[in-house]
Design a protein around this ligand. Structure first.
Ligand SMILES: *Cc1c(COP(=O)(O)O)cnc(C)c1O
Length: 363
C-alpha cells in the first residue's frame, strides 16, 4: 500500500518547528506506536519503567553524549515544559546574584525577562534596534556574573553564533534550533538546553546538558520539579517522561550517527545553506534579511526586494503550489523563512531554488 506521502505531491517541509524529521524516524516511531519491540503493546501504553523503555532512555542519553563528545562530569536529561520552561529553570538553578544575557532575538529576550525575577540581570548587548539582523560582537561580560546566557541560533531572525565563544563566567546556551548541526566544545558550557522539536523529535521533550559540579551554588529553595538535580538523580524518571518523543529522539540520534555524526550534519548544513543564500544573493527578486557574517545555516530568512514587494503573496502561492511548506516568514520579519534542519535534503533545497528561478523568469 502506498503511504500518505507517496499518494500526494512530494512536500518539501521548511517549517520552523515542529519541523521535518528523517522519514525513517517517523516510520520507526509509527511502528513502535503500533507494536513496541514486538511486545504486542503500543509504545504509548508501556510503563516508562519497563526494561524496554529504560533501554531507549539509556541509548538516547548515550548517543547524545557520543555524538556531541560530552566530557565526563556532565549529565544529559530529558524534561517536559519546552525550552520556555528552561528560561526560568536556568535562573532558578544558577542565578544567585547577577546574570548576563546577550539579547539577539525574541527567544533571547524571553529568557532574559524571566531571569529578572531571580536577581540582577545585565543585558550585555542587543541588536533589537535593527530588528535583530546581526549578532553583537563588542560587549563586555561582567566577571562577577553567575553566568552568561546566549541563544546560539535565532530561529525567528535567521542569525546564528556558529562557534563556541569564550566566556570568563559559566556559559549557558539555548541551542533549541541548531543543536546537533555542528560539533560543539561542550566543556565551554555549564548548561546547554533546547526544545527537541527543531532538530531532534516531535514537540513534548526538552534536552538539557548540565555540568554536574556547576549545580548547588544557589541558596534559594528550588521546587523539586524545577531542580535539575532531581532529574539527574532520577535519570529523567522522577516523574513520567514524554515517552513517545524520547523514542523518536533516540531514533534521530541513531540516524545522525549512521549518517556520519555531527561533523557530517555540519558539512550538509553548510552545503545546503550556501546553495540557498547564493540564490537569494543572485536572484533580482529576493534579498536576505540577516547580516551576511551572522547568517543562520538552519533558518534562512529573505524578503522580496522593495521593487518587487507586491509579488510576495504571489511567490508564496507559486511555491506552495509546487510543494513548498512552511516558508512564510515569521510575522516579526515578514517575507520568507526556509528552515533547513538536519533532516532537510539537498534535493528539497534545490526544489525551492528552482521555484525562485522559475518565478524570476516570469517577472
Ligand atoms: C522554538 C524555540 C524556543 C521555544 O521552545 P518551546 O519548546 O516552544 O518552549 C526557545 N528558543 C529557541 C531558540 C527556539 O527556537
Amino acid at each position: 500500500m502506498l503511504n500518505q506521502n507517496e499518494l500526494q505531491m512530494k512536500k518539501h517541509n521548511f517549517s520552523a518547528g515542529p519541523s521535518i524529521l528523517p522519514q525513517e524516524v517517523i516510520d520507526n516511531t509509527a511502528k513502535a506506536i503500533l507494536n513496541f519491540n514486538d511486545s504486542g503493546l503500543s509504545l504509548m501504553e508501556v510503563s516508562h519503567r519497563s526494561k524496554d523503555f529504560q533501554e531507549v532512555m539509556d541509548k538516547a542519553v548515550a548517543l547524545f553524549k557520543e555524538l556531541l563528545n560530552i566530557p565526563e562530569g556532565y549529565s544529559v536529561i530529558f524534561l517536559g515544559g519546552g525550552a520556555s520552561l528552561q528560561f526560568c529553570m536556568v535562573p532558578y538553578n544558577f542565578l544567585e546574584k547577577k546574570a548576563a544575557y546577550l539579547n539577539t532575538g525574541t527567544w533571547a529576550k524571553k529568557a532574559l525577562k524571566e531571569a529578572k525575577g531571580f536577581g540582577e540581570v545585565i543585558e550585555v548587548a542587543s541588536s533589537a534596534e535593527s530588528n535583530y539582523t546581526y549578532i553583537p560582537q563588542d560587549y563586555i561580560i561582567p566577571t562577577d556574573a553567575d553566568y552568561f546566557h546566549i541563544t546560539t541560533n535565532n530561529t525567528i531572525y535567521g542569525t546564528e553564533i556558529k562557534h563556541d565563544i569564550d566566556s570568563p563566567v559559566p556559559l549557558i546556551a539555548d541551542m533549541s534550533s541548531d543543536i546537533l548541526s555542528r560539533p560543539i566544545d561542550v566543556s565551554k558550557y555549564v548548561c546547554i538546553y533546547g526544545g527537541a522539536q527543531k532538530n531532534i523529535a516531535p514537540s513534548g521533550v526538552t534536552f538539557v546538558i548540565i555540568k554536574d559540579d556547576a549545580l548547588g551554588k544557589v541558596s534559594r529553595y528550588i521546587p523539586t520539579m524545577l531542580n535539575y538535580k532531581t532529574h539527574i538523580d532520577n535519570g529523567s524518571m522522577f516523574n513520567t517522561p514524554p515517552v513517545v518523543p524520547i523514542y523518536a529522539a533516540e531514533q534521530t540520534l541513531l540516524w545522525i550517527k549512521e549518517q556520519g555524526g555531527v561533523k557530517e550534519m555540519e558539512r550538509r548544513a553548510i552545503e545546503k545553506s550556501d546553495m540557498l543564500y547564493h540564490e537569494i544573493d543572485r536572484n533580482k527578486l529576493f534579498v536576505g534579511t540577516a547580516n551576511k557574517e551572522d547568517r543562520s545555516r538552519m533558518n534562512i530568512c529573505f524578503v522580496m526586494t522593495p521593487e518587487y514587494k507586491d509579488l510576495e503573496a504571489d511567490f508564496l502561492k507559486f511555491a506552495t503550489d509546487r510543494g513548498m511548506v512552511g516558508i512564510k516568514g515569521h510575522r516579526s520579519v515578514g517575507g520568507f523563512r526556509a528552515s533547513c534542519y538536519n533532516a532537510m535534503s539537498k534535493d528539497s533545497v534545490q526544489a525551492l531554488i528552482d521555484c525562485m528561478q522559475e518565478f524570476e523568469k516570469l517577472h
